[in-house]
Design a protein around this ligand. Structure first.
Ligand code: P1T
Length: 382
């Protein structure tokens, strides 16, 4: 659904949904059904089997498409299921260029699963226009951009990447998980495909796992839907309902995440036990200006290097009380984690070292609790 007349907050509450025609129920029902009765063979109401289509999932898909400003949405069992399905647009012998700093599970999927089945992958520092240009080959079919990257929060210039790839018919896929469409809409900068781990900000309540793909082009949508239906990578109906409920408060939550994250980033920047802070909203971030250009906010993830190496990081992570030591991000509760041992353990140690995912690196997902409690918790953990 593309409705340019309505503002983001209004679309978040209403897009893709209307009161149930039979009861007036304001919330889209959870259509827990695997099949749909047909009047005559092939004569049905648009739904045949729930792997292919489901009304609850459809409401969420239309809602997310409206929020990203495109025509089509698809939802998946997880962010990784979404990535798998997109990457399988490529065939054996095709080449995909991926940002060098990405979620460890995305790296593992490309390097250890799809890479072993004939698709060629290069992991490149896409903050460098020169590096991207050099990496493009005759068989390059897709660029995979995570921006900000996980966990180092590098910003990749979406306009630069899209301009370079557009003329060469290379698809640009942007993983928009860290920003959510509230703070970044990659289609505005020329991306072809957007994906999300809806497990994170879109759902925001840490009670499900899911993924989404948003595209504007009908042919591309049909190709991805064909793959989804063939492989069975679709989102479960109940989990789709949970995300649909959650996007209604996305704007409110994102504002709260960002407000707290900015205070925490500044607190960390001034703390004597902190070596360096990475947060796109800080003037000290190497790409702060680019962040201001392509994002409308900075979201809630803050990364920092603690003084004293792994022992010091371990001590800090064991001492937090309100922050929970856990993988994932984007929920209303504050989380903290150690990328080298947790989310990015599947990235080989030498690659982590080259990227700068050091043993004293800590990643925080700032929740929406009261900022004074969060600051007090961090202060006591140091
Ligand atoms: O966990 P899943 O829903 O399959 O999503 C994978 C994924 C995709 N893209 C990004 C940017 C992600 O951060 C993730 C998952 N990330 C974590 C679990 C994490 O703690 O970083």
């Amino acid at each position: 659904m593309k409705d340019k007349k309505l503002e983001f907050e209004t679309l978040a509450v209403h897009a893709g949904q209307c009161p149930d025609p039979s009861t007036g129920a304001i919330m889209t029902p959870v259509y827990l059904t695997s099949t749909y009765v047909q009047e005559s063979p092939g004569k049905h109401k648009g739904y045949e089997y729930s792997r292919t289509h489901n009304p609850t999932r459809k409401a969420l898909e239309d809602n997310l498409a409206a929020l990203e400003g495109v025509n089509y949405g698809l939802t998946f069992a997880s962010g990784c299921a979404a990535a798998t399905t997109i990457a399988l647009l490529l065939r054996s012998g095709d080449h995909l260029i991926c940002s060098d700093d990405v979620y460890g599970g995305t790296f593992r999927l490309f390097d250890k699963v799809l890479g072993r089945n004939g698709i060629e992958f290069s992991f490149v520092d896409l903050t460098s226009e020169y590096a991207l240009k050099k990496a493009i080959k005759k068989n390059t079919k897709m660029i995979w951009v995570e921006t900000p990257t996980n966990p180092l929060l590098k910003i990749i210039d979406l306009e630069m990447v899209s301009k370079m790839c557009g003329s060469k018919k290379i698809l640009v896929c942007v993983d928009n998980t860290f920003m959510s469409p509230y703070f970044q809409q990659p289609f505005k900068w020329g991306a072809d495909i957007i994906c999300h781990s809806t497990t994170k900000y879109l759902n925001g309540h840490s009670d499900m796992v899911g993924g989404a793909v948003l595209v504007d082009d009908q042919e591309l949508y049909e190709k991805i839907h064909f793959l989804q239906n063939s492989m069975g990578t679709q989102q479960s109906t109940f989990d789709a309902f949970l995300v649909l409920r959650s996007t209604k408060t996305l704007a409110l939550r994102m504002k709260a995440h960002q407000e707290n994250a900015m205070v925490i980033a500044k607190f960390l920047e001034g703390h004597k036990k902190v070596e360096r802070v990475l947060y796109p909203g800080l003037k000290s971030h190497p790409q702060h200006k680019l962040a201001l250009k392509q994002m409308t906010g900075f979201s809630g993830i803050v990364t920092f290097f603690i003084k004293g190496g792994l022992p010091s990081a371990r001590k800090f992570l064991e001492k937090v009380k309100i922050f929970s030591l856990a993988e994932s991000l984007g929920g209303v509760e504050s989380l903290v984690e150690h990328p080298a041992i947790m989310t990015h353990a599947s990235v080989p140690a030498d690659k982590r070292k080259a990227l700068g995912i050091d043993d004293n690196l800590i990643r925080i997902s700032v929740g929406i609790e009261n900022i004074n409690d969060l600051l007090a918790d961090l202060a006591q953990a140091f």
